[in-house]
Write a protein that binds this ligand. Structure first.
Ligand SMILES: *Cc1c(COP(=O)(O)O)cnc(C)c1O
Length: 361
């Protein structure tokens, strides 16, 4: 079977060279006669991989020295709780910017830990079709932090600027657009991302966080949930998800090989231009529900004239090995997730199919 054109929202496609490297190294990792899966996390072989993954991430993103890079478990959903557990002390409140289903979840979970406040929401009924304007955001200057979701996976919106938060630490859930381009890490206090959208398999969560915040985090919580525990042990406090981190290493090494994040951004912008171009060129047939300046380069959401046509579109596309195009179960429609590993060739194939489908319908 040829490789599918994989438009899944997550877990998502991985770069073929990163998978082929894993295949080559599977039974005998670097002449050790063992797979990396079978190595101790305290041994030289695994530690080499672990440290390489961290240093590649530091290099690709130009992460400043006063930030920790952590590999944790529990997904982005655990971060919804872990962020306030560490950074939201009693007597303080945290601000949340609601722009989609995941930010609602983050807000609700934080509310189980401490005091939270909605600083902006763009909810329209159950849907979100845009990012707020700065003037719509009312921040509490005394907030412990302000939380944003940089890309809204379900609704296909993305922040293309950063909210002005003054001296309040900015925390971002970047699960679905981490490394889509070079982010200026120094603008954030803490970034977290589940790996399975853009940089690896499920089971690894990346946290990039300012050292002073981590070191000064709450100590009245269990050891395992303190960022400082993991930071002081280089994410080797307990057994990390070794195979997942190994695959993240492969993806990052490949990313560096193709020219780093500038090249990744160039490709992602070209993919977005192709898809939104096809939608805008045929407004009688395709409709993008998202405001133009809030459009996501990672999840391209669009509607067809009827739900019946949408079903047929997704089914016919699947016959051409284009998978994962059905919209989220709560929103319907069509969603093409075009994460870093989705090739320009795959997007061209999808655009050809869209044009052909519209002509026939
Ligand atoms: C997928 C996703 C999550 C949930 O990630 P899990 O790893 O499944 O917990 C959270 N936030 C965003 C923006 C996502 O895209």
């Amino acid at each position: 079977m040829p490789r599918a054109y994989n438009f899944n929202a997550g877990p998502a496609g991985l770069p073929l060279p990163a998978l082929e490297r894993a295949q080559r190294e599977m039974l005998d990792f670097e002449g050790t006669g063992m797979s990396i899966l079978e190595h101790s996390h305290r041994g030289k072989a695994y530690e080499g991989v672990h440290d390489e993954a961290i240093s590649l991430l530091r290099e690709l993103l130009a992460i400043p020295d006063d930030y920790y890079v952590l590999f944790l478990q529990g997904g982005a959903s655990q971060q919804f709780a872990q962020v306030p557990m560490n950074l939201l002390p009693a007597g303080k409140s945290a601000d949340y910017l609601l722009t989609g289903g995941w930010s609602e979840k983050a807000y609700e979970e934080a509310g189980r830990v401490g005091t939270v406040r909605v600083a902006a929401t763009t909810a329209k009924g159950k849907a979100y079709t845009r990012i707020p304007k700065q003037a719509e955001i009312s921040l509490d200057p005394a907030a412990a932090y302000v939380h944003m979701t940089s890309n809204n996976t379900l609704f296909g919106t993305q922040w293309h600027w950063l909210p002005e938060a003054g001296s309040v630490p900015l925390v971002a859930d970047m699960s679905s657009d981490f490394l889509w381009r070079k982010h200026d890490v120094s603008k954030y206090a803490l970034i977290y991302a589940g790996a399975q959208k853009n940089i690896g398999p499920s089971g690894v969560t990346v946290v990039v966080a300012r050292k002073d915040l981590v070191d000064g985090g709450r100590k009245d919580i269990p050891m395992i949930f303190r960022y400082s525990t993991h930071a002081s042990q280089n994410s080797l406090y307990h057994t990390p998800p070794t195979f997942g981190i190994y695959l993240v290493r492969n993806v990052l090494a490949y990313t560096k090989e193709i020219g780093g994040l500038d090249e990744v951004e160039r490709r992602n912008r070209e993919k977005g231009a192709l898809l939104y171009g096809a939608i805008d060129a045929n407004p009688d047939f395709f409709r993008a529900p998202v405001d133009k300046d809030s459009r996501s380069y990672m999840n391209v959401v669009f509607r067809l004239p009827t739900e019946e046509l949408e079903k047929r579109f997704v089914a016919e596309a699947a016959k051409l090995h284009m998978v994962g195009l059905a919209g989220h179960r709560s929103t319907g429609g069509v969603r093409a997730s075009t994460y870093n590993a989705v090739s320009i060739e795959a997007v061209r194939a999808l655009v050809d199919f869209m044009n052909d489908f519209a002509r026939r319908a």
